[in-house]
Write a protein that binds this ligand. Structure first.
Ligand code: HEC
Ligand code: HEC
Ligand code: HEC
Ligand code: HEC
Ligand code: HEC
Length: 175
């Protein structure tokens, strides 16, 4: 009941703020999509795994032979985490997903619209562009990135394509 009363008070106050409050809500709604940061199902730590000697390709297995890098699933994690090796609750979650026979629902942070074609094989493998150029220092990430390093606008792609004489043809990227 107390909660309800507080809620009522808040609503009344919001009422008196009136047009200003509405405007604020409207502006917040506009800003929200850009600010809605991603939270991952497991607080994964890149730095600890790179320090343990893992290469990016050990987990992002498809990066040199397909358009996608791929986000690793339980089977890869279990090669080291079948038995506890830390006291972390986050580590326990891996085995919880495995027990329930569920995939880890990682959210993709860098995400292009479906009408744009991008290939990791071309950029990271053939052209040997370092992951860090587009994703920053993932080796040092202690927590999952909550937003991409770049907002992948058309200009973000074009800036490099102009410099490196890569395709600027509309159909090159829009297929
Ligand atoms: C032990 C496995 C593992 C290794 C090794 C690893 N990663 Fe990851 N990576 C993950 C997992 C799990 C996620 C999803 C959770 C997160 O974002 O931290 C991820 C997410 C990412 C993302 C964000 C992808 C998106 O959703 O847009 C990038 C970029 C990335 N990794 C780059 C790298 C790079 C570069 C390296 C090598 C320096 C590397 N990773 C090494 C497991 C790994
Ligand atoms: C030229 C820029 C560029 C380089 C270099 C690059 N990436 Fe990406 N990465 C992107 C873009 C753009 C996306 C979003 C792609 C999409 O939505 O189709 C992405 C998405 C990802 C994702 C999540 C989606 C997926 O493909 O599974 C991971 C993981 C990732 N990159 C890892 C890496 C790793 C590891 C390297 C280095 C071996 C790397 N990237 C090199 C630009 C780059
Ligand atoms: C090749 C072995 C290996 C693989 C594969 C591996 N890990 Fe780990 N992981 C480790 C080691 C070693 C540690 C302990 C690092 C430390 O405490 O310094 C660790 C620690 C952790 C922790 C505890 C981190 C913390 O903050 O204390 C989590 C959570 C974790 N790993 C998640 C994952 C996930 C998710 C995957 C699969 C995407 C994965 N690991 C794949 C070796 C591995
Ligand atoms: C850091 C530089 C860089 C960035 C950033 C970059 N590219 Fe590229 N891209 C290249 C280079 C270099 C080539 C290869 C040029 C050649 O050899 O023809 C290329 C080639 C391509 C090709 C043609 C080859 C293929 O794989 O089909 C496409 C499509 C493409 N890029 C899409 C994108 C998109 C979409 C983005 C933004 C999300 C992007 N690129 C960002 C450097 C970059
Ligand atoms: C190097 C890759 C690349 C090339 C070349 C390219 N685009 Fe794009 N384009 C993109 C990316 C990436 C986006 C998505 C931007 C975003 O989501 O903000 C985009 C978005 C667009 C959109 C907006 C669609 C929407 O979702 O609202 C239009 C229109 C467009 N491009 C037209 C063109 C035209 C016309 C050309 C040729 C002159 C061209 N593009 C060449 C990468 C490219």
């Amino acid at each position: 009941m107390k909660v309800l009363k507080t809620l009522q008070k808040v609503t009344e106050r919001a009422g008196t703020i009136g047009a200003g409050g509405f405007l604020l809500a409207f502006v917040l709604a506009l800003l929200w999509p850009a600010r809605a940061n991603v939270t991952q199902p497991i607080q994964f730590n890149h730095r600890k795994h790179v320090d343990a000697g893992l290469q990016c390709e050990n987990c992002h297995e498809r990066v040199s032979n397909s358009p996608w890098a791929g986000l690793p699933q339980v089977d890869i994690c279990l090669t080291c985490h079948e038995q506890p090796i830390t006291e972390s609750r986050e580590e326990e979650k891996i085995r919880d997903f495995a027990k329930r026979n569920e995939a880890i629902p990682w959210k993709q942070v860098n995400q292009l619209p479906t009408h744009v074609y991008f290939s990791h094989r071309t950029h990271a493998a053939s052209k040997q562009i370092a992951c860090a150029v587009c994703h920053g220092d993932m080796e040092k990430a202690n927590a999952p990135p909550s937003a991409p390093l770049f907002k992948w606008t058309m200009t973000a792609c074009m800036n490099c394509h102009e410099k490196q004489h890569a395709t600027e043809d509309c159909n090159g990227c829009h297929r």
